[in-house]
Design a protein around this ligand. Structure first.
Ligand code: ADP
Ligand code: ZN
Ligand code: ZN
Length: 742
């Protein structure tokens, strides 16, 4: 009797983290079939080529399309329970189809890194310290001669429910002292699994605000719609109390034992955000973001998967976190482009979350002061409910926006006289100024006065940014760094000068004007270290008057109650971008930054420095606000057959060879265009705006269509064609469905 007869499913289809859009068949050996009950979503070890790989079972199967004798057996089972639940498996399969991305890569993306590497899906165990009866009774004076043991015992005595190893190290207690006390019989240790010991974040101290009329309406709407799938766009000006609305909705769902996933932008998760949740809920809150260690992420994942964590706050990849009682997904700052992954598996976490909620029949809440054109369109077409909050909550008011015409004006360090006077007055009132310049570093260009040489990246078609403090030239595209030059490599002249300004330069120069005022710079360079951002925000709260200078990092989610003036140094950046989304992004950024002004009782003022004060978009934004701006922008998109009215797919190819990528895409177009539906519009291939990046020459081809189906079909043809054709070449390609960059 062959093995195949022993089990109903002698074969499994396995997803492997390889760039092939297919599943792989393996045989289940009898010994394994007898000992384990195999299910989709479990990890297995399988032979692959000459090596062994970790894979995830996607399906059990009665037969294989391959010659059964050729199908290799799996070698080990890693899980007793699926690590990818049925629900998430369906989501991954949908995403692989929709984004035309290899299923194995999608599934592996959905897993925490440690599970991808074969770690057990179990909580780490941790040692907890307890006092023995003798230890409890011992008067601390008896340890006067061993102060470290005394500290240790004292801390454990103060924690009758045990002191975790982690807490002991946070309290700076010496591990050797603990061991000595254990040897004396005063303490004992017990291993506990991480989650059981997890101290509950019982900080609840804050009572909810009494909601205003708009907030009440929104809350009622959301509560009424909480038991089925629907999407609500909570479109509220900055400071209108959107967060307050979803905190109150969440508190009801938590009473109903539901879990809630709150998604936040990549760098929007500030200590302040977390604090706001912690002071409101007596429940386990876990975080999931890129600044955590792999182990921390796995623990958070396990807490969510066990249903123990009621609130999960995470960035993009949290869209895949398992949560058996999920009852609501909130996507804060839904317009933020960090929800879209820009390399590899190019999914959009908002769209994925909506798909997931639909399958689970639960609601989604999208919140933003500057909704994306995509979401606004859905709201206008009544696919999303559209709730507006147009007043600021509490006693604060919407800031006044004022344009400063820079034409013909004398500037000092990049500021008009009016801006400098306003900054001075603001500081004199003991208030804070926020200066926005979306360019980090000292200057974007280093140039030679004698011969005109410009410092450029060796690997990209861009100039190197000058970072004076770090004494470096830095490529912001490929991360290449060099020592700052002081002589021209072309003509040996020492007359090198910088052109343009970045945040570092503004910081240096303002320090010469406002000598006794604290100046704090907030950008990617100043916040590299883990706790740097927390320290900076603390400093900001410590001082009355201060100047904050920052890039778009400052635009997100921060609440600086004493900021009353915002100066946007260069409102024109992005105005004439070749990307049709340039204006949308500029308007979002300006509105978000402006929204940092006057968040508390004091009213706010925003100054926009511009050479184009009459530009229709800038004028509309300043006088009528974001919603008007967006409605006009959407009309233009419609007239030009652009997204969101047309769907778009971009195929990107790159190669070290100058011509290859372009040639490949041309060949593809020639072969496939006759097979595409006539409704699909093709543009390209054309070279990327920055052609060479990190040594790769980049070309793209764009497809547009009013309907999804013909576009999907065309994309499938391209994906198959490319997979065949790129096997022999060293060309990398990527399919970008609903791209956010061109
Ligand atoms: P948003 O999320 O729209 O930016 P927040 O929810 O952060 O707005 O609210 C802005 C500020 O107003 C916060 O300090 C918040 O505590 C406060 N706030 C919100 N709702 C109310 C209310 N109904 N009454 C008083 N203050 C409120
Ligand atoms: Zn020179
Ligand atoms: Zn570079």
């Amino acid at each position: 009797m062959s093995e195949a007869m022993l089990t109903p499913f002698p074969f499994i289809k396995v997803a492997l983290p390889v760039p092939m859009r297919t599943l792989f068949d393996y045989r289940v050996p009898k010994a394994i079939a007898l000992r384990h009950s195999l299910q989709p979503g479990m990890r297995v070890k399988v032979p692959f080529g000459k090596s062994s790989r970790l894979g995830v079972i996607v399906a059990l199967s009665e037969h294989s399309d391959w010659d059964p004798e050729q199908v290799k057996p799996l070698t080990a089972m890693l899980d007793e329970r699926p690590v990818i639940t049925e629900e998430l498996m369906a989501l991954c399969e949908w995403a692989a189809r929709y984004y035309h991305h290899p299923i194995g890569d999608v599934i592996f993306h959905a897993l925490p890194v440690l599970l991808r590497k074969g770690e057990q899906a179990e909580f780490r165990t941790e040692h907890w310290w307890f006092a023995t009866p003798e230890g409890k009774a011992l008067p601390l004076e008896q340890l006067n001669r061993a102060p470290r043991q005394q500290d240790f015992l004292k801390a454990v005595q103060q924690h009758p429910n045990g002191l975790s190893q982690q807490a002991a190290s946070v309290l700076d207690l010496a591990p050797t002292a603990g061991k000595s006390l254990e040897e004396k019989g005063l303490l004992h240790r017990e291993p506990r699994s991480f989650h059981k010991g997890g101290e509950m974040h019982a900080h609840k101290t804050q009572v909810p605000h009494t909601l205003n009329a708009e907030q009440t309406h929104a809350t009622h709407h959301l509560l009424e719609a909480r038991d089925h799938f629907n999407v609500t766009l909570l479109d509220g000006v900055t400071g209108s109390g959107k967060t307050e609305v979803f905190l109150q909705v969440m508190s009801r769902l938590i009473k109903e034992e539901k879990q809630i996933l709150v998604m936040v932008p990549e760098i929007g998760l500030t200590p302040q955000t977390l604090k706001r949740f912690e002071v409101r809920f007596n429940t386990e809150i876990v975080l999931m973001h890129s600044n955590m260690s792999d182990r921390e992420r796995l623990d958070a994942w396990l807490l969510a998967a066990s249903g123990h964590a009621k609130i999960i706050i995470g960035t993009r990849s949290a869209a895949f976190i398992p949560a058996p009682n999920l009852g609501l997904i909130v996507i804060d700052e839904e317009h933020d482009t960090s929800y879209k992954q820009h390399e590899g598996f190019r999914y959009h976490a908002r769209d994925l979350a909506i798909k997931r909620a639909q399958a689970l029949n639960i609601p989604v809440l999208l919140a933003s002061a500057t909704p994306s054109f995509e979401s606004l369109t859905n709201a206008l077409q009544k696919k999303f409910a559209w709730l507006k909050l147009r007043e600021r909550a509490g006693n604060s008011h919407i800031p006044v926006m004022e344009r400063i015409d820079l034409r013909g004006k004398h500037l000092l360090h990049g500021f008009s006289e009016h801006a400098l006077t306003s900054i001075k007055q603001c500081l004199e009132r003991k208030e804070q100024v926020l200066i926005f310049l979306n360019r980090r570093g000292y200057a974007p260009t280093l140039m030679c006065h004698q011969c005109g040489w410009i410092a450029a990246c060796d690997h990209c078609d861009v100039n190197l940014t000058v970072h004076k403090r770090a004494n470096k030239l830095h490529c912001h595209h490929c991360d290449t760094q060099k020592a700052l030059l002081h002589t021209c490599p072309e003509c040996q002249s020492t007359e090198l000068f910088t052109v343009g300004e970045g945040t570092e330069q503004v910081e240096t120069q303002l320090a010469t004007v406002f000598k006794d005022v604290p100046i704090l710079r907030i950008d990617r360079d100043s916040t590299q270290r883990k706790s740097a951002m927390a320290k900076l925000t603390q400093k900001i709260h410590e001082h009355d008057q201060a100047i904050l200078i920052g890039t778009q990092m400052l635009a997100k989610g921060h609440h600086f109650p004493n900021v009353t003036l915002v100066v946007i140094m260069d409102a024109d950046a992005g105005l004439f971008s070749s990307d049709f989304r340039g204006m949308e992004r500029t308007a979002q950024l300006i509105t978000q930054v402006a929204g940092r002004a006057g968040r508390a009782q004091k009213s706010g003022h925003v100054l926009l420095q511009t050479y184009h004060p009459d530009h229709a978009a800038i004028e509309c934004l300043c006088t009528l606000g974001y919603e008007h701006f967006a409605i006009e922008g959407l009309a233009e998109r419609k007239a030009l057959s652009l997204p969101p009215f047309f769907h778009q797919v971009i195929v990107r190819a790159e190669s070290t060879n100058e011509q290859e990528a372009m040639q490949l895409l041309s060949a593809m177009r020639n072969d496939l265009e006759p097979l595409f539906s006539k409704d699909v519009y093709l543009v390209g291939p054309y070279a990327a705006i920055i052609v060479r990046k990190a040594g790769q020459h980049r070309a793209l081809i764009s497809l547009k269509c009013a309907q999804r189906a013909p576009l999907h079909h065309a994309t499938q043809l391209m994906s198959d064609w490319l997979e065949q054709s790129t096997r022999q070449h060293r060309i990398r390609f990527a399919i970008d469905v609903d791209p956010l960059e061109t």
